[in-house]
Design a protein around this ligand. Structure first.
Ligand code: AMP
Length: 419
């Protein structure tokens, strides 16, 4: 199927061609026809599947069919995203795909001064991309009104609910007009997302792009059993041995992200850390440096990494395993984008052994163990209390997901063993 067969209007087709896209991705193929008809939609799709264009293109096309004057603080489109990075990225997509149309758009998020945001809003925007906190703030100040919203998008809804935005989301939704087109996207649907969607969507179409399976299949995954004290050595060793051109390293804590970036820097491997304690300016600079190749490694915590949109990530390294199994899939999905192959290495020390079990059960995979000089049998064979981190760190999620028969999104398959 081509973009032409989706009946995309000329200004959008030109933008698509300029981006070099030759055919729609599965989520685009499935969602765009319904969205052009004006249907509500629940889309199951991860970042990396082309889901942003799947909603941005039809929204722009429908708006272009009915041009309206912009009103200060009253957008026609509201997109909610869980993080500032994702909000900025979606806003960027509206700029890219809408470059031959004349809609005004902006992104608002916390952590930066509201003054420039308010200035743009008071001049009027057609499209507003926002994180829930800053949006509510500006709504309470009377700067934003949602009565003119015709298109409402909730992106990464599962993540938003996980992050405790449910009350904020309800407040925002209650300020929206009844008559609107609503589009929700979630990477991993669960009961909570389904309940929320059920209440708010009107006769919605459900589209499942099933991306995780194919993306996961393209990633060579391996686990390195290692003692905590040897993780840095192992990391540096991997950098020496493998051809790791653009690497995303994940840690569970901000402190550790800083430490790892510092350690790499000392070994002349250019790296930067991004996490919630970094200013917006620092985060933006780190992202730009990573994209341009000025730095080779980005060290990130899970939340900071949401919305990272960088193609050609050669390796994802889980310096620490995530405490929520879903995050493993989110993390490694950053490599192997747009059809490419990718590599994911996971370090597992003794007290992360249960996390590894949880991940394998959730994703229905068996991750092969790598042979390496820092191999720890203690880590590999840890059981009982030794296989779990100290109590405060443990997440309820892993217990929840540790149920033996919980259906996972992937068929069982064995992942190749790394050498
Ligand atoms: P997303 O899932 O929206 O984060 O998109 C992931 C990446 O896919 C982005 O870098 C897009 O530029 C790219 N992309 C979106 N649609 C297409 C397409 N039809 N063909 C090739 N790449 C695409």
């Amino acid at each position: 199927m081509s973009f032409q067969s989706l009946n995309i209007i000329d200004p959008l087709s030109r933008a698509i061609a300029k981006e070099g896209y030759t055919k729609p991705t599965p989520i685009q193929m499935q969602a765009i026809p319904y969205l052009l008809e004006g249907k509500d939609l629940m889309g199951i799709a991860q970042t990396g599947t082309g889901k942003t264009a799947a909603f941005v293109l039809p929204i722009l096309q429908r708006m272009a069919a009915e041009i309206k004057a912009v009103m200060p603080g009253s957008p026609r489109v509201l997109v909610l995203a869980p993080t500032r990075e994702l909000a900025a990225q979606i806003d960027h997509s509206f700029a890219t795909y809408g470059q031959f149309l004349r809609f005004k758009h902006t992104a608002i998020f916390g952590g930066v001064s509201q003054v420039p945001q308010v200035r743009i809003l008071s001049r009027g925007v057609d499209i507003l991309v926002a994180t829930p906190g800053r949006l509510l703030d500006l709504m309470n100040q009377g700067i934003i009104k949602l009565k003119s919203v015709e298109y409402f998008v909730l992106d990464e809804m599962d993540r938003m609910l996980d992050m405790g935005f449910v009350k904020d989301m309800r407040k925002i939704v209650s300020a929206l007009p009844q008559k609107r087109q609503s589009l929700f996207f979630s990477a991993t649907p669960n009961r909570q997302t389904d309940e929320f969607a059920c209440k708010l969507l009107d006769n919605a179409v459900r589209v499942d792009a099933g991306p995780q399976e194919s993306a996961l299949d393209r990633i060579d995954q391996s686990v390195f059993f290692v003692d905590q004290v040897n993780k840095d050595r192992l990391l540096l060793d991997l950098f020496q041995k493998s051809d790791m051109s653009r690497v995303l390293v994940f840690t569970r804590t901000k402190h550790r992200a800083d430490k790892v970036a510092l350690k790499l820097g000392k070994s002349n491997i250019r790296a930067a850390a991004i996490h919630g304690n970094k200013s917006q300016v620092q985060r933006t600079r780190a992202m730009q440096d990573f994209k341009s190749g000025r730095i080779r490694v980005l060290v990130a915590t899970d939340i900071a990494a949401r919305g990272i949109d960088v193609d050609d990530i050669s390796h994802v390294i889980n310096y620490d395993l995530p405490n929520e199994p879903e995050n493993y899939v989110h993390r490694i999905g950053r490599t192997a984008r747009a059809g490419a192959r990718g590599v994911a290495y996971s370090f597992c020390e003794a007290d992360e052994r249960d996390y590894l079990h949880g991940i394998e059960r959730f994703a229905r995979i068996k991750i092969g163990a790598a042979e390496h000089q820092y191999h720890s049998e203690r880590a590999k064979n840890a059981t009982g209390a030794a296989a779990r981190p100290p109590a405060p760190q443990r997440s309820r999620a892993i217990l929840r997901n540790a149920r033996p028969n919980k259906p996972g999104p992937h068929p069982i398959h064995t992942v190749r063993r790394a050498n």
